[in-house]
Design a protein around this ligand. Sequence first.
Ligand SMILES: Cc1ncc(COP(=O)(O)O)c(C=O)c1O
Length: 464
Amino acid sequence: MALKHPDGPEIRQKDISIDPIFVQEGRTQIPRHEMSEDEMDPDLAYQIIHDELMLDGNARLNLATFVGTWMEPQAQKLASETYDKNMIDKDEYPATAEIEMRCVNILSRLWNSPDNDQATGCSTTGSSEACMLGALALKRRWQHKRKAEGKPTDKPNIVMGIDVQVCWEKFANYWDVEMRLVPMEGNRLHLSAEEAVKLCDENTIGVVAVLGVTFDGSYEPVKEICDALDDLQKRTGLDINVHVDGASGAMVAPFIDKDVVWDFRLPRVASINTSGHKYGLVYPGVGWIIWRDAAALPGDLIFWVNYLGSNMPTFALNFSRPGSQIILQYYNFLRLGIEGYTRVQSSLRDVAMTLAENISGLGPFELITKGDELPVFAFKLKDEIKNYTVFDVSDALRSRGWLVPAYTMPKNREDLAVLRIVVRQGFTHDLADMLIADMKRQLPNLEKQHMPMIDKDSGTSFHH
Ligand SMILES: Cc1ncc(COP(=O)(O)O)c(C=O)c1O
């Protein structure tokens, strides 16, 4: 079965027709789903693909994704010089391997690891892989401890809020760990310390706290969760570690929320991940995981691979993968430094908070979050508005080119339908003003509607 979007376009024509101006040697069609028998001129192949890609959205108007869509020309130049480097060939590309280790050291210090002299961590393809590595380490440590105590290891569970990103469901499913989810309740839309502790027992491999919830941009209370687990240990002897999923927030909080204590300053935090390609400001394809110290990563998860003449340690789900994204991450670290990242992130937050306030001033909307944690916020329609939905608003904005996803919240708050805006590098006050102008232009049409046109079943779905 090919994995195809259920709403994807129906394929009516078997072949792709070539624009007449590019037709060569009488060839007007190319097969869509099978390889052609013969070769094609490279310019023609380029043109066909280039033209098809025009149908993709305009990345700068995409307020749905967290992932980087813009880098400086110097970074693009470095990317084009390094596409060919395979990250796994550490022996062949020792300079790239050195750059990866520098990034691991930089992040380990940024997140206050007590053991940063021998920073333990690695690059990944994104936060999903990084979360899985973090959770696998938690599971393996729990197994070792239980075996040493002569206790069974067949029923591991992991505790988190229902607001976690889908990668955590994948982890639980792929690695046979029971997922204990704290549902939303009333206005509590993410994990609380009290509810997390209630679900923990001797089979809990760890608690996941999210720094920057995908649904609404809020920070989960990592310190409170750690304090509550300290208390649990005092009462019951259970010693449960925390993994912080900082996919977005671990590259925001260190620069503009210095008073929030969420990282390795908390002794219970065993590992932290981030997506280099989100607020790390790199193009898609890079994530990071750092462990608090070498002891937090069990040695029996590390593979020593004899490859191209050297014996090297690896902990990864992939083998070959591009080295260029790691080089781009280092470019940003070098180029921006603490000062540059602080400037970028605080400007994004400023745009997010101003835009949230302006949206709330339009009348029909009520803010769920204000963009004052991640530069991301969610908002709903006021309860008295019955003749159009957030899905209608999303659709109306799409007709002006803006991608603003609308979705319902998970269990216990399925009644709450919201729109969400992610303010990313490249989204300026100017663009935010244009979005407000388009909202003002579309609202009178929506207000004239007699009834909702798009409901949650036919509307856009949640965008991670
Ligand atoms: C909190 C959180 N964790 C994990 C992920 C997965 O990240 P990636 O796309 O880098 O695999 C996301 C993506 O949006 C996220 O928001």
